[in-house]
Design a binder for this molecule. Structure first.
Ligand code: NAG
Ligand code: NAG
Ligand code: NAG
Ligand code: NAG
Length: 293
């Protein structure tokens, strides 16, 4: 390529991707406000994400997502090494939008009949970013981090080995549950800090069905979206020998943690016949009684 062409094509590249502060990872000083005593990033896309969650989530889910964001920021304040790697807008959107598709109605926006709710929410969040005036300028990797953080927010087996943003989004949500679990992780968040968050965004008490809500939440998926709940045990050798690696990826994509909730809580629920292992063993004709003799 002639040097002239090179120069003009780089120039065109610059023109088509204008450098914008909203498209890059915000560094201090960034626009901010104080919420529950915590400095939170306050850019238009973060504010609009809150309004979006407020519009599509129930009161208790909205409060949960806001608490998750704030607990996540407290975690970062206690872990400067982690904080230095975090994109605060990605972190904010990953937590504020992580439950967009949790309405318990199959006709609600973002809710599909078959996908797990984390994936429905991740897709809804990515669509929100791509249609937002500032989000349109985001490079693909930032949208992807939000997507991954939301899709994996209940999958420590994967999220904890991903990028810092995904790791921190996982912990923001998880601190809601682990902080009060006996021996559970607190990530340095003190009782006083957490109390201020709870005052700002209260949680239903036990009497108001607080804890029961978590079980009711999961049981709904087991009853009405059972395909999104079966625990698929990805069994690469069997799947590979039967129908190739595509099938392995498919089986991992539908793997969820909800199946035991269905077995415990939902009358008539059974995953037998829906698991990868059910089909694979039969297909390769293994007789386990023979093999394990
Ligand atoms: C928050 O905003 C103020 C200005 O309003 C600024 O002085 C401060 O540095 C900002 N904080 C951060 C962490 O960016
Ligand atoms: C679900 O969405 C419907 C409308 O689409 C709304 O009326 C209802 O309040 C929502 N429920 C929850 C729990 O978010
Ligand atoms: C959610 O938080 C608001 C205050 O931010 C509070 O008024 C409301 O009662 C809370 N809703 C639930 C269901 O806990
Ligand atoms: C599997 O092996 C056991 C024990 O050898 C035998 O009794 C049984 O008939 C075999 N089953 C099939 C389906 O071949």
């Amino acid at each position: 390529m002639h040097i002239q062409n090179l120069i003009s094509s780089s120039f065109l590249l610059l023109l088509s991707f204008p450098i914008s502060t909203t498209a890059t990872t915000p560094r201090p000083p960034y626009p901010n406000r104080t919420l529950a005593g915590i400095t939170v990033i306050d850019t238009p896309i973060v504010r609009d994400a809150q309004a979006y969650a407020r519009r599509y989530c129930s009161d208790s889910t909205y409060n949960h997502t806001m608490r998750s964001w704030l607990l996540g920021l407290l975690h970062l304040s206690h872990d400067p090494a982690l904080a230095s790697k975090i994109d605060l807008e990605v972190h904010a959107l990953g937590l504020i939008l992580h439950d967009l598709a949790t309405n318990h109605s199959l006709s609600a926006p973002f809710v599909t009949p078959n996908r797990r709710f984390e994936v429905d929410s991740a897709i809804a969040a990515a669509d929100f970013i791509r249609s937002h005036p500032d989000g349109k300028k985001w490079p693909g990797w930032r949208v992807q981090r939000v997507w991954d953080g939301i899709a994996l927010h209940a999958e420590p087996g994967l999220a904890l080995y991903k990028e810092a943003d995904v790791f921190a989004i996982y912990w923001g949500n998880e601190l809601e549950f682990s902080w009060e679990r006996p021996g559970g992780e607190r990530k340095g968040v003190t009782a006083e800090e957490r109390e201020r968050v709870l005052q700002e965004f209260p949680r239903p008490t036990l009497e108001e069905g607080g804890r029961g809500n978590v079980f009711a939440f999961v049981a709904w998926y087991c009853k009405y979206k059972p395909e999104s709940t079966y625990s698929e045990f990805a069994f690469p050798f069997c799947c590979f020998s039967v129908s190739g690696w595509d099938n392995v990826l498919t089986s991992m994509a539908v793997d969820t943690w909800m199946q035991p909730f269905g077995e415990l809580l939902v009358p008539g629920y059974s995953a037998v016949g829906h698991r990868v292992v059910d089909g694979s063993l039969a297909a390769v004709g293994l007789n386990m009684s023979e093999i394990l003799k």
